[in-house]
Design a protein around this ligand. Sequence first.
Ligand SMILES: Nc1ncnc2c1ncn2[C@@H]1O[C@H](COP(=O)(O)OP(=O)(O)OP(=O)(O)O)[C@@H](O)[C@H]1O
Ligand SMILES: [Mg+2]
Length: 274
Amino acid sequence: MNTQTDLIPNKTISKGVAVPTKRAHVTIQNLCKDFAGITLYKNFNLDIKKGKIVSVFGPNGCGKSTLINMVAGLMKMDAGQVLFDGKTLEQTKIGYVFQNYRDALFPWMTAWDNIAYPLKRMGMNKEQVKSRVEELINLFEIKFSLNQYPYELSGGQQQTTSIMRALACEPEVLFLDEPFSALDFEMTLFIREKLQETNIKTGVTMVIVSHDLEDAVFLADQILLLTRRPTQIAALLDFNMARPRRAESVSEVEFIKIKAQALEIFKREMHKAI
Ligand SMILES: Nc1ncnc2c1ncn2[C@@H]1O[C@H](COP(=O)(O)OP(=O)(O)OP(=O)(O)O)[C@@H](O)[C@H]1O
Ligand SMILES: [Mg+2]
């Protein structure tokens, strides 16, 4: 399978042979993680190219959330190293969109204040904050009032607010853990399109965990398929369909083909004995 052009496992995909990488943005090296004596990751290696969208897909409990949490610095690794353009996490601006947006927003702040929060923390003055929030309002074509509190917003509006907050500081890398899992179909289409637009306009690298294969494929430049634990890379599929992809793109032959290929690999992993 020739799938190693952009997102390159720097050791593990075939016979442990290291593949030299170019223009890697996120470099994961020899990452190890055990939980209660059970090995989740052992010497896991992966490079993610700058500006790409990588969808992470794999069996339940294989460690998708744990992987992005460790890379984003929300969870400690037991061993290994993650670099961003050669820099450490502390030297890098990242954004993170939590799966449970209801708990992720500050309930005592309006949507506007939630989005402005990281900008104020960065030391921006009032005018700068206002101008950045307005940019995001335009990008996301916000029609609802951001003067409302999270509990006054629909699920889709809350998730939109969380994504705007995560993008506010113009991160180099945006991590999203199942961003569509609690959204209805209409909102899923909207958010999917906005994430794609953001990637095209800003070139932010995105790592998206999704349990919906269609969402994963729709957004991906690469689909990262994981094995069961101890988790390794089952396959890396490049998907070069032209952008912007539209809702109708999912019915096109090249879309159906890559989805079928990913499904086959996923099913193979699912049926392996634990
Ligand atoms: N803090 C923790 N303490 C102990 N075990 C944990 C912890 N976090 C995750 N695990 C275990 O590690 C494994 C991977 O969990 P993780 O949540 O990363 O999987 P996932 O692929 O995101 O699963 P899902 O598809 O259900 O979201 C699971 O077996 C889980 O029980
Ligand atoms: Mg998860």
